[in-house]
Write a protein that binds this ligand. Structure first.
Ligand code: AHR
Length: 335
């Protein structure tokens, strides 16, 4: 009887311990994956608020951060997926501050609305590094550095290469698939493309709408463009490859040939886009590098070592035009 009681008590203690352990690892913010708060073995604790998983590019970025920081003995990574919602990102940052992380990395879904939460991080003396997308704040000291691409330049390159492909003296009606409304990647790529066309009155954007950086939405919006403008469309400019792939499907279902009847230009450089280019279904890929893990790790290390880090850490990128360029690059594509 006494032995039975002892066994029951031990079981109870074991279950309670397990319960506590699981409790520590969960978080109030949707899909947060993280260990318990506080520093562990002198590791640098980085809280990363990611936008979600809307595109192949985003998935590659998440993988790069998890592989670099998550697998390193120097870091402890706390990862939070905001599922496209700014409110979830704000909640995640609040949690990171409460847990006293060393550095916060933020891929901001939209450009505005960050002042108040970033002020809290600043007051808590936690540096914030922006990843891949920028923000608009009056006080630039609210973040330490931005790691990512020049989205305006990407848009300008997309326009330049499209003009080269079609011919500056030819007329071209273009439809534009914009990224997420309010995102710097969408705003700047739109501005850059318009800059690139402004000196050529032959090239006109006849329709422009958000496809939210997703394949499904890209296809839906392209279907609507085809319905209203059909054979008047000469080219589609998509702010990312996923929307371009959706558009390619819509063009084929409409009975036209993507890459021939309607030229396709998009930004990112995911493998699927290179495969489409090899098949002649897309024409121009402007690369935007999502493999930011190593740059983030270095920046965080430098910061913690008391070094000054650049306010903009730019990524290196190329442009691929035509089948041959895609065929040559495809085997070595990393995302
Ligand atoms: O911020 C970068 C953009 O966001 C990528 O081009 C797009 O694919 C992603 O969703």
């Amino acid at each position: 009887m006494y032995r039975m009681k002892k066994a029951t008590v031990s079981l109870l203690i074991f279950v309670m311990a397990l319960f506590l352990l699981v409790g520590c690892n969960s978080n109030t913010n949707g899909k947060t994956e993280e260990a318990s708060g506080g520093k562990k073995d002198g590791k640098i604790v980085v809280g990363f608020s990611q936008i979600g998983a809307e595109s192949g590019w985003r998935t590659a970025e998440t993988k790069s951060i998890k592989e670099t920081l998550g697998n390193s003995p120097d870091f402890e990574l706390k990862f939070s997926d905001a599922q496209q919602k700014q409110e979830n990102q704000i909640k995640a940052i609040r949690n990171f501050i409460a847990q006293k992380v060393d550095v916060i990395a933020l891929a901001p879904v939209v450009e505005t609305g960050w002042e108040s939460i970033l002020k809290k991080a600043k007051d808590a003396k936690i540096p914030v590094i922006l990843l891949d997308r920028g923000i608009k704040v009056n006080d630039e000291s609210l973040y330490t550095s931005f790691i990512g691409s020049d989205f305006i330049l990407e848009g300008e390159n997309a326009a330049k290469e499209l003009i080269n492909l079609i011919g500056a003296d030819k007329k071209a009606n273009i439809v534009e698939l914009q990224g997420t409304v309010g995102a710097s990647a969408a705003n700047d790529r739109k501005t850059g493309f318009a800059n690139g066309l402004k000196d050529n009155p032959n090239f006109k954007i006849i329709k422009s709408q958000s496809g939210d950086f997703t394949r499904t939405k890209g296809k839906e919006v392209m279907e609507a463009f085809l319905k209203s403008d059909g054979k008047n469309i000469d080219a589609v400019y998509a702010h990312n490859d996923d929307m371009a792939i959706g558009a390619i499907q819509a063009i084929e279902e409409y009975g036209l040939k993507p890459g021939e009847d309607i030229k396709v230009v998009s930004i990112d450089g995911i493998k699927d886009a290179f495969e489409a280019a090899v098949q002649g279904k897309t024409n121009i890929i402007v690369e935007c590098n999502p493999l930011l893990g190593p740059q983030l790790a270095q920046a965080v290390k430098d910061l913690k070592a008391g070094k000054e880090i650049p306010s903009w850490i730019k990524t290196e990128e190329s442009v691929f035009v035509g089948k041959d360029a895609a065929e040559e690059a495809l085997p070595s594509r990393k995302y």
